[in-house]
Design a protein around this ligand. Sequence first.
Ligand SMILES: Nc1nc2c(c(=O)[nH]1)N[C@H]1C(S)=C(S)[C@@H](COP(=O)(O)OP(=O)(O)OC[C@H]3O[C@@H](n4cnc5c(N)ncnc54)[C@H](O)[C@@H]3O)O[C@H]1N2
Ligand code: MOO
Length: 415
Amino acid sequence: MISVDEYRARLAASLPVLAAERLPLDEALGAVLAETVVTRWPIPLFDNSAMDGYAVHAAASQAGARLRVVADLAAGSPDDPPVAPGEAVRIMTGAPMPSQADAVVPLEDTELGLAGAAAGSAPPDWVTVARAPVVGAHIRRAGEDASAGEPAVVAGRELGPWQLAAIASAGHEHVIARRMPRVAVLSTGSELVAPGAVPARGQIPESNSVLVTAALRAAGAVVVSATVVPDDEDSLRVEVERTLGDAATALDGERLGVDAVVLTGGAAVGAFDPVRAVLGAAGSVRFDAVALQPGRHQGFGVIGGTPVFCLPGNPVAVAVSLELIVRPALRAMAEHAEPERPRFRLPAVTGWASPAGRTQVVPVVVETSGVAPVAGRASGSHRVRSLAEATAFAVIPPEVGLVEAGDLVEVILCR
Ligand SMILES: Nc1nc2c(c(=O)[nH]1)N[C@H]1C(S)=C(S)[C@@H](COP(=O)(O)OP(=O)(O)OC[C@H]3O[C@@H](n4cnc5c(N)ncnc54)[C@H](O)[C@@H]3O)O[C@H]1N2
Ligand code: MOO
């Protein structure tokens, strides 16, 4: 048996890195930044008002001061009107500060209150300060968020809504990034019927391709196909060749191919399991017993440059393998700086036994007092329904044989 860490390290060493592309921002969601984006200018670009109100000289704007309104500034205005002590410029949020003013009195701090900026209204001729500002009040300073040339988003970051907004603010409409892999999913098993079909004796609804597809999509990968193959070598061989053949196919400049393949089932030792026979025979996929529970039977290889992951068939084992092995690998292929989800330490609410010498991964519910195994039981790699209640995995190291109530355990929040 090989440890989980050793197995993962071996995969990491042979994973290919995907090519970086130049992507417009509206196609970059979920991609991983390949080149750090630096701001073209300071953010904010210029000193501007944080409030709708009046730009003033603070020293001449004590409570009760009556100021003459000499100009009106909307956001987007290029004007820089002069303003002397005893004068005010009506200013809206985001408008550049007049260079001679040193504070903003919000509408609410004037006697006229919010009426001083009713929609479409002209500024009043005079404004009376109700509450004196301090120097610098309500001014957003140029460069206080970032200076010009500073990194806006660093390479290795996944581009989510927050990162994309930062890049746009930094003055860029394209990024150099790696999209997450395109993956083909193959579920093997002669017992499998479509989820809506009524199973005959011996048959079960097919759920692994649903699980794998959804988990990969949630990880930002693109699932190009999800196919169910019966347990016979010829069918599987045809399907694998077709899938891997796609990897090389490109038509009309469109990338049709797959970057990775994920199979489920047939990874153990069963008499009718064709996965080992078909993929192991070529010598490029190596099957291992990994010290992981569930998820003992794993296969991995790179065929013609395409990584192929063979996961065991039991649904909870599939969920565990996706989280600990496949997801980090796919993120690493896109050069994600953090391929793994963070782990937290939380107390166990109840105790449970863990197999000696194997890393145990337990679907848990997270409560205010800590974590508890779903339905009160730690193991059961077939229990796909109980998986629905879990929101996290507890990861118990090989040397721990018994988790006791109150023990701190490592937890990966999965949603
Ligand atoms: N003699 C041994 N038997 C088993 C061992 C072992 O070491 N020695 N390991 C057990 C463990 S652990 C696992 S996990 C399974 C793994 O077996 P396979 O990877 O060959 O998977 P299958 O036999 O194809 O299926 C296992 C189980 O999962 C159900 N299944 C499979 N595919 C799907 C699907 N797409 N949707 C829903 N359910 C699926 C399948 O019906 C089986 O019940 O082997 C143990 N046996
Ligand atoms: O290892 Mo199996 O993958 O325990 O259910």
